[in-house]
Design a protein around this ligand. Structure first.
Ligand SMILES: Cc1cc2nc3c(=O)[nH]c(=O)nc-3n(C[C@H](O)[C@H](O)[C@H](O)COP(=O)(O)O)c2cc1C
Length: 247
């Protein structure tokens, strides 16, 4: 084989190699941007599934709700209705209108990385057994992670703040930080906290809308709450007890 033929053969091989590298790079970029972003990573094992009520979208006076919202820490010992708990969960990160790449969520999320995940601790809710549940926004369901009512443990973890144990339910805002950090690096950490705040404010306004009381609880021992939830992947960020207003 002379030098020219050898060079031609090498050049032919080189083109195929370049094409393969390009194809690999495009596929990598696609899965990085549009893959499930680690959503399927989960160390929880589930028990029963609860199907939540469909939320009817109605217009309400937002100005009045923003004006009237207050942190409320004292509640009556009364159950929360099934419809109301469905609406409260939906207001956090429930499925809403179609976004750029499919249905989007009630609270904004940096790059739609959807780091925030919601747990529900049930003490006294209509038609839902006491226990801890993991909210599944796409399916509008709850998956049971514990059949034990852990409101006393949650209250103790929240430095004995009685609102946490007194509410009929506690909504726990958690996050899987890696989803957003993978996309945005260190800055992603800030974005996750912002996303949690958006979900919490939605929830507070929905509670106001339903005539229920709630408060953001940020003072708690995260190791204790993490072990109550039984998940290593979910970082607890905020607790929001929900209770029926006192007369
Ligand atoms: C990040 C954050 C953490 C909070 N943590 C607690 C808490 O642990 N316990 C509590 O009773 N209130 C807590 N609050 C509620 C504030 O005390 C309350 O929003 C503030 O006093 C203003 O009152 P308002 O919500 O009625 O307007 C927290 C609020 C935020 C935003």
């Amino acid at each position: 084989m002379n030098f020219k033929a050898g060079f031609e053969k090498f050049r032919g091989f080189g083109y195929y190699f370049l094409l393969a590298v390009l194809l690999f790079a495009v596929m990598f970029l696609y899965f990085y941007l549009y893959g499930d972003g680690g959503r399927s990573a989960n160390s929880l094992s589930y028990g029963d599934q609860v199907e939540l009520a469909e939320v009817e979208i109605r217009e309400s006076e937002l100005e009045g709700l923003i004006y009237a919202r207050r942190s409320i820490r004292d509640y009556q010992a009364e159950e929360i209705s099934f419809n109301n708990i469905s609406k409260l969960l939906w207001s956090t990160v429930g499925t809403t209108v179609d976004g750029i790449s499919g249905p989007t969520r009630a609270a904004p999320s940096a790059g739609a990385t959807d780091a925030v995940e919601i747990f529900l601790a049930v003490k006294d809710v209509e038609d839902i057994d006491a226990g801890i549940y993991h909210y599944q926004p796409a399916e509008n369901t709850l998956l049971e992670v514990s059949s034990e009512a852990k409101s006393a443990e949650l209250e103790a973890a929240a430095l004995n703040q009685s609102a946490v144990g007194d509410g009929g339910a506690v909504i726990i805002i958690t996050a899987v930080f890696e989803r957003t950090i993978r996309r945005y690096g260190e800055r992603g950490e800030r974005y996750v906290h912002m996303e949690a705040g958006h979900a919490a404010q939605n929830l507070l306004l929905m509670a106001e809308n339903l005539g229920l009381g709630s408060v953001v609880i940020g003072a708690f021992d995260e190791n204790e709450v993490r072990s109550i939830l039984g998940s290593e992947n979910h970082e607890p960020l905020l607790l929001l007890p929900i209770g029926v207003l006192e007369n």
